[in-house]
Ligand binder design. Structure first.
Ligand code: UDP
Length: 376
C-alpha cells in the first residue's frame, strides 16, 4: 500500500484532508474501517424511500462564511432551520426554552421580552462562573426547568448527571427571551439537497484518491509504505493501545439507533422530539421524512438509546476524561509525521462546521494557503 498521504477514517476530517491533498497533487490513501464513507454523516434511502441518517440526524449550521463556501462546492443546499420539541408533562414544548415553552408548561401569558426576562430573574439561581452542567442550567433557567428538561435527559444521554459534566456540554443549548424556536441561531443553516453521502462521494472523487473500505488501520499498518504524513481520525486512546486507560478509560459515548416503520403518513409533528423524562429510556425520536418535506406512504422513526458500548460518537467532557486525554495529547505531540484530527482524535465536541474548519486549518498550517496551488 503506497501513498504520499495516508488518512485513517473517511468522515468530515478525513474527507477534507483527502480532497485538499489530492488537489495538491498528492497520492492519498484512505483506510476506512466501516463498509461506507462519510463517517457518522452517512445517509441513504431506506426501504420506505426516505433519506435517513444511519448515525443520527445531522443538521448543518455555521457562522463561518469560509466553511459555508467550502461545503457549497460539493452540493446544492436548501435552507433548513432546525426545530426541536420536547415532550414534557405530556405536552410538546419548544427547546431551547423560549416564551412559548414557559407559557405552555406553566399556563402563563408572557408576551414580551421584558416579561420573559422578569420570569427568568424570578426563577433562575444566579451562579457566578458555573463550574458544571447543573450550575450552568440553574444559572440560566432555575431548578424547575432543570428537573423537567435537563436532569434526566442528560443522565440518559451521558449516564452522568449534569453536575458530572463540564458546563460547556449543557451550554450548547441557549435560553431565549423571545419566541424564536430555532435550535441554532447561526447565519447559515441548511441541508444538502441529495444528502451527505453524495457530498463525500464528490469530495473523494479524484484520481489521486484511493479509498479502502472494511480496512482497519491497525490490521494493515505494517504494509503502508512511502508516505510522508499520516492523519488519524479515530479514537486517540486506541492509537496508543489504551496505555493511559488502565485504571480509568477515556470515555466515549455511543448511540444505539432503533429504527421502526410506522404504517401511517406521519408519526410526530416535528423531525425531532426529545424525551427528557424518566418514563422512557430513549433520549429522542427522529422522524426523517420531515427533513426536506419528503413524501412517502409510510414513515420511518428512529429511537436513540445512548450507550457505552459500540462505535464512539461523543467525547464525555469532564475533568477526569480531559486529564486522561491530556496524557494522550502529550504522547500525540511526540509522534513524528502523524496528525490527530477530528472529534474522536482531538476529543472535542465538534459540530460539523467545526470539524470542517479544523481540518481545513490543519491543511493550511501544513501546506500553506488553501486554493493558491490547487487545481479546482
Ligand atoms: N440537553 C438536555 N435536554 C434536552 C436537550 C439537550 O438536557 O432536551 C442537554 C444534554 O446534556 C445534551 C446537551 O444538552 O447532551 C447538548 O445537547 P445537544 O442537542 O447539543 O446534543 P447533540 O445533538 O450533540 O446530541
Amino acid at each position: 500500500m503506497r501513498a504520499d498521504v495516508v488518512i485513517i477514517g473517511s468522515g468530515i476530517s478525513g474527507a477534507v484532508l483527502a480532497e485538499r491533498y489530492s488537489k495538491a497533487g498528492k497520492k492519498v490513501l484512505i483506510l476506512e474501517k466501516r463498509d461506507h464513507i462519510g463517517g457518522n454523516c452517512y445517509d441513504y434511502i431506506d426501504e420506505n424511500g426516505i433519506l435517513v441518517s444511519k448515525y443520527g440526524a445531522h443538521l448543518f449550521h455555521t457562522d463561518m462564511k469560509e466553511v459555508w463556501e467550502y461545503v457549497n462546492r460539493f452540493s446544492d443546499w436548501y435552507p433548513w432551520e432546525h426545530k426541536v420539541l420536547a415532550k414534557v408533562d405530556d405536552q410538546l414544548v419548544p427547546i431551547p426554552v423560549n416564551i412559548n415553552t414557559v407559557n405552555k408548561l406553566f399556563g402563563l401569558t408572557i408576551s414580551t421580552e421584558e416579561e420573559m426576562i422578569e420570569w427568568l430573574e424570578k426563577n433562575r439561581l444566579p451562579i457566578k462562573d458555573p463550574k458544571n452542567g447543573k450550575e450552568a442550567v440553574l444559572d440560566k433557567v432555575g431548578p424547575v426547568l432543570y428537573e423537567k428538561m435537563f436532569r434526566h435527559y442528560t443522565k440518559k444521554q451521558w449516564d452522568k448527571y449534569p453536575e458530572e459534566l463540564n458546563a460547556s456540554v449543557l451550554n450548547r443549548i441557549p435560553v431565549r427571551t423571545n419566541t424564536d424556536d430555532r435550535y441554532f441561531s447561526d447565519r447559515f443553516q441548511a441541508l444538502p439537497k441529495h444528502g451527505y453521502t453524495k457530498i463525500f462521494e464528490k469530495m473523494l472523487d479524484h484520481p489521486n484518491i484511493t479509498v479502502k473500505l472494511n480496512t482497519d488501520y491497525f490490521d494493515v499498518m505494517d504494509k503502508l509504505i512511502g508516505y510522508t504524513k499520516l492523519f488519524y481520525t479515530g479514537p486517540i486512546d486506541r492509537f496508543f493501545e489504551f496505555k493511559h486507560s488502565l485504571e480509568d478509560k477515556l470515555e466515549y459515548r455511543s448511540i444505539n439507533f432503533v429504527s421502526e416503520t410506522v404504517d401511517s403518513e406521519f408519526f410526530q409533528s416535528n423531525s425531532v422530539v426529545n424525551y427528557p423524562g424518566r418514563e422512557v429510556d430513549f433520549t429522542r425520536i427522529v422522524e426523517y421524512k420531515h427533513f426536506g418535506k419528503q413524501k412517502s406512504e409510510k414513515t420511518t422513526i428512529v429511537k436513540e438509546y445512548t450507550t457505552d458500548e459500540g462505535d464512539p460518537y461523543y467525547p464525555v467532557l469532564n475533568e477526569k476524561n480531559l486529564a486522561i486525554y491530556q496524557k494522550y495529547q502529550e504522547e500525540a505531540a511526540k509522534v513524528k509525521d502523524v496528525y490527530f484530527v477530528g472529534r474522536l482524535a482531538n476529543y472535542k465536541y465538534f459540530n460539523m462546521d467545526q470539524a470542517f474548519k479544523n481540518a481545513l486549518d490543519l491543511f493550511h498550517s501544513l501546506e500553506g494557503d488553501s486554493d493558491a496551488n490547487l487545481e479546482e
